[in-house]
Design a protein around this ligand. Sequence first.
Ligand code: NAI
Length: 344
Amino acid sequence: MKIAFFDTKPYDKPSFEKYGKDYGIKFKFFETKLNEDTVDLAQGYDGVCAFVNDTVNSAVIDRLNDMKVNILALRCAGFNNVDMKHAYGKLHVLRVPAYSPYAVAEHAMALLLTSIRRIHKAYIRTKDFNFSLSGLTGFDLYGKTVGVIGTGRIGRVFIDICRGFGMKVLAYDKFPAKDLDNSDTVRYVELDELFANSDIISLHCPLTEDTHHIIGREALDKCKRGVVILNTSRGALVDAEALLEGIKSRKVGAACLDVYEEESDFFFEDFSGHIMEDDTLARLITMPNVIVTSHQAFLTEEALENIAETTVRNIAEFAETKHCPNELCYRCGNTEDCKDGKCF
Ligand code: NAI
């Protein structure tokens, strides 16, 4: 089998080449992202492999369908960049539902600690032999309340980490887990209660119509003054303009962002020699209490191995049996375990 691999980075190749060899799949690595302008590169391939900032809209899907390319192997968990409704009947969409929830949850805590203990400032100071402590006062996490929105795989690991720090957890999920609420250290509440009582809010839900701008002006108005916003999930969960206003008005005490609404224009590329066109991102980055990483939370050795292994296995399994438990299906409600594995 031949698969066109889009948005390739140097760290992708070794593990995909290794597992590809094991399963008899040959990858052609393209550095460009998948979109309407580049989709024709997939001509003659059996499938495409895409990542979070590739664009799989109706035009791309129709072109893939014209070229008889009917497998899309996402090497990620989220699929908000795929028009799932349009894909139905045209494209089998496979994904990696979980590869290392620890990678993302640990990165979220790393960002939080860096921010509230001013490690990013201290690092630069001591590099310059400036050993002054002025302005570096942080606060204890012990005893603080963290609001966790989305208590799936990553959210639950993050909750465990927070409990290790002695924090109280207020959780919100559209589909609460039966075994999580212990009415002591973890309690499911409605969103308004979470907003009103959390010192820190961390997002671990997918991006859907329901969750788009779940942190916006209205939500921030309900939050405590000084709230810390953590987003390691998807950029558009947070209204970046509203966040910026919240930071300027001091309502938001700090923000840690691994994802950004318009990240596909910038993230994963080196823009250090360019003029930054996105004023909101530029302004956010100038803030002393904002830390931005460029969708890096997944990037651990363990996660990369798991991503490659599962993606390759998904493709091989689907090619052989026309069934894959990791197929996403619009008809089945975009859930795992598409009922019959081939809804069309
Ligand atoms: P998951 O599917 O295990 O958990 C998501 C949870 O969100 C579920 O419990 C679900 O019920 C809940 N949810 C769904 N709709 C909701 C709503 N309207 N309001 C509140 N909760 C809702 O997913 P997992 O593996 O925990 O990943 C979470 C998110 O993390 C992914 O959707 C993805 O966007 C993001 N992610 C980010 C990465 C990064 O590198 N920054 C890497 C991997 C995932």
